[in-house]
Design a protein around this ligand. Structure first.
Ligand code: RUQ
Ligand code: CUA
Length: 680
């Protein structure tokens, strides 16, 4: 299919003049270009220095079939070599198990971060971080992948602080902590009572807790119960992982869970400012459908979408924390769980009816509204936190089958906004607009918030202002700070699930399409600027932060740095002290790496020896990373400047095994090698 340029040159004015007029670019062109002499066959206006470069842009635009909109989009995203992006977006990798960092607006992929899946380029899991990855192993099965879904940047006072990044693994109910000083995963915790999660990770406004909601109802603690006993024996849960910021780790001993009905909990979101201390979550299977299609029962998805209303979960986290500290919990697999009966009795849990198979639950910047999207309802429903509090006080509720108070819908509803088909997720900007992704419509709707935001809108409150088509099947959307008290309304990224005709078909498996949209102007103006094909994973959600809030190391602070403890390893290999010694029944190798050699470059052991190998990159130069690989032993490390690593293996195969540096680090990179000799 040939694409026609949407725009042709007006006649009579000369292409260059027309282009400049259309783009309003006269001064830009004049300021940065020399006079041109390109293949323009219309008489050019007088060659003055103010319009001198127009011909070349015009010729390129013509040749490439670019419209004025294309050209403005290019100008808004082009990031000249050597300049940096003002925003960094962290996107989950879906079932690749990783996280991707992307510069915005250039949409250049800057890095992947190994999390739940071993990743050879970073040496992630070969063999050093195996213990971190395997922290979530189920009793018998080693895990080598995850389904990363929702990244969360740590917050201070309900704003991103750029210190840590958290992410969940839906497949195995794990939560990972990434330190944004070196962009490395430091910890993975496995939820001991649930097998999968979805409503994670979201953080409370000062990152006291990382929230992890479960998803599919199951007997808690990985136990067995007949599916016929679903209502009696199956449960949902939400877990509050306590974060110790000073240590940069989750403090498992201060963490707890709350038992919930088996309603298919979905996303969770923390309240903030006026709703600080409260947490909101969705559910989509209050029908408690269990499938059984072979037995003639309704299939899962039909069974789970029969009722008009499901329940938004409203949790008083402050009160739950007090109950936990008062010991009002039971231990399950050694993990504290506040039982459902306690949650009901102590007023920790309320429900709000929400139409129909809801998915996203999002809190407005100042925390006063909660927006729920029903996938099968063309509206988003907006609840007022103040009204929720009033209804709780007035006991305007009736119990559900488990006894959880269901608040009166009409008393707590603030508004319903008809946004379109398949609403999923909502983000907010700095101009009082909300944006909701529409999966079925393949659009993003911009609508006005009411309440305190009303004065910002001549259009009136709770009104759709415009919708922009995206390509195609959008899931999450991401605005810098779009889920914080301080959103920044310049860009929106639409994380589309299908890309169909957008790129050259890469076989039957196509990339995802992340589309960058300019939302800097209000009203009905939104413009798609760029398509980023993501061919290395399936991002679900992303969070974007102003780059100046990130303060990463350029090299590790000192030579011999242990990336896990965050200080110098007392047993690190150091320059001048390289050696091989036998002690405690093992061979200890102390090796340094520097351009362009390893010292020692010969290591001789006996077959069957246990080898403890310490290696330190002693470089102080930024980007002087060395790799380290031993052929035949599946050993592969990335050692950034200053970093010290230790790995252990049994030399169970005799032979001669070259080791070499895998990063093209210097002119003599190929010579950066040596031999491991294992004597029979
Ligand atoms: S969600 S399917 Cu975040 Cu829309 Cu996971
Ligand atoms: Cu070091 Cu190549």
């Amino acid at each position: 299919m040939k694409v026609q340029p949407a725009w042709t040159f007006p006649t009579g004015t000369g292409k260059r003049g027309a282009l400049a007029v259309l783009l309003g670019l006269t001064t830009v062109l004049g300021a940065c270009s020399k006079s041109s002499d390109l293949d323009d066959d219309t008489p050019a206006p007088a060659k003055s220095s103010s319009t001198g470069g127009g011909d070349s842009i015009q010729a390129i635009a013509k040749e490439r079939g670019l419209s004025p909109d294309d050209i403005t989009a290019a100008l808004k995203t082009y990031t000249p070599s050597g300049t940096h992006d003002p925003y960094i977006m962290f996107a989950s990798g879906g079932h690749s198990g990783q996280v991707f960092a992307i510069g915005v607006p250039s949409m250049r992929i800057l890095r992947s971060i190994g999390v739940f899946t071993p990743e050879p380029w970073q040496g992630w899991g070969y063999p050093v971080e195996k213990d971190i990855i395997s922290a979530g192993d189920s009793d018998t099965t080693p895990l080598t992948w995850g389904d990363s879904h929702h990244p969360a940047i740590s917050q201070t006072n309900a704003e991103y602080d750029g210190q840590f990044l958290f992410i969940n693994d839906k497949a195995n109910a794990r939560v990972a902590v990434i330190d944004l000083k070196d962009w490395m995963t430091k910890q993975i915790v496995k939820n001991p009572i649930i097998l999968n999660d979805h409503g994670g990770t979201m953080v409370t406004p000062n990152t006291d807790y990382i929230i992890e909601g479960g998803q599919y109802g199951a007997p808690l603690g990985w136990s067995y119960a007949s599916i016929d006993d679903y209502q009696k024996s199956y449960r949902g849960a939400v877990t509050f992982w306590k974060f110790d910021r000073a240590k940069g780790r989750i403090d498992v001993d201060q963490s707890f869970a709350m038992e919930l009905p088996p309603y298919g909990q979905d996303l969770f979101m923390s309240g903030r400012l006026v709703s600080d201390g409260w947490v909101f979550g969705n559910s989509f299977n209050t029908e408690m459908a269990t499938g059984g299609d072979l037995e003639g029962k309704p299939p899962m998805e039909a069974g789970a979408s029969q009722r008009d209303m499901d329940y938004m979960h409203i949790i008083n986290l402050k009160a739950a924390e007090a109950d936990f500290k008062a010991g009002k919990f039971e231990k399950m697999k050694g993990f504290p769980v506040i039982r459902l009966t306690t949650a009901i009795q102590d007023g920790l849990l309320y429900f709000a009816p929400e139409p129909k198979s809801p998915h996203g639950v999002d809190v407005s910047p100042k925390g006063e509204f909660i927006v729920a999207s029903g996938k099968l309802d063309p509206h988003v429903t907006v609840y007022s936190f103040a009204k929720i509090q009033q209804a709780i006080k007035d006991k305007k509720s009736t119990p559900d089958v488990f006894g959880v108070p269901v608040l009166d819908y009409d008393s707590i509803k603030e508004a319903q906004v008809e946004v379109g088909l398949g609403p999923l997720h909502t983000q907010f900007d700095d101009k009082g607009y909300a944006y909701t992704s529409l999966f079925l419509d393949s659009m993003v709707a911009r609508w006005t918030l009411g309440g305190n935001y009303s004065s910002l809108h001549p259009e009136g409150p709770w009104k759709v202002v415009t919708k922009i088509p995206v390509q195609y099947n959008v899931g999450h959307i991401c605005i810098p700070g779009g889920d914080t008290a301080k959103p920044d309304g310049k860009y929106l990224v639409s994380l589309n699930k299908w890309s169909i005709d957008r790129f050259f078909p890469t076989g039957p498996l196509l990339p995802q399409n992340l589309q960058l949209i300019d939302i800097s102007q209000g009203g009905d103006k939104m413009q798609i600027l760029y398509d980023l094909p993501m061919g290395i994973g399936e991002p679900h959600y992303a969070q974007m932060i102003s780059a100046d809030k990130l303060k990463p190391y350029t090299v590790y602070p000192e030579i011999g740095w242990d990336v896990n403890s965050g200080k110098v390893d007392p047993d690190a290999a150091l320059p001048g002290k390289e050696r091989i010694e036998r002690r405690d029944g093992a061979v200890h190798v102390y090796m340094t790496a520097v351009r362009s050699h390893f010292r020692p470059d010969q290591v001789v052991v006996n077959k069957g020896d246990k080898v403890v190998w310490h290696i330190t990159n002693v470089e102080r130069t930024q980007d002087a990373t060395h790799g380290f690989a031993i052929s035949g032993y599946n050993i592969n490390l990335s050692i950034e400047p200053g970093r010290a690593e230790t790995f252990t293996f049994v030399a169970d195969r005799s032979g001669v095994f070259p080791f070499y540096c895998t990063e093209f680090c210097s002119a003599l990179h190929l010579e950066m090698a040596g031999y491991l000799l294992v004597k029979p």
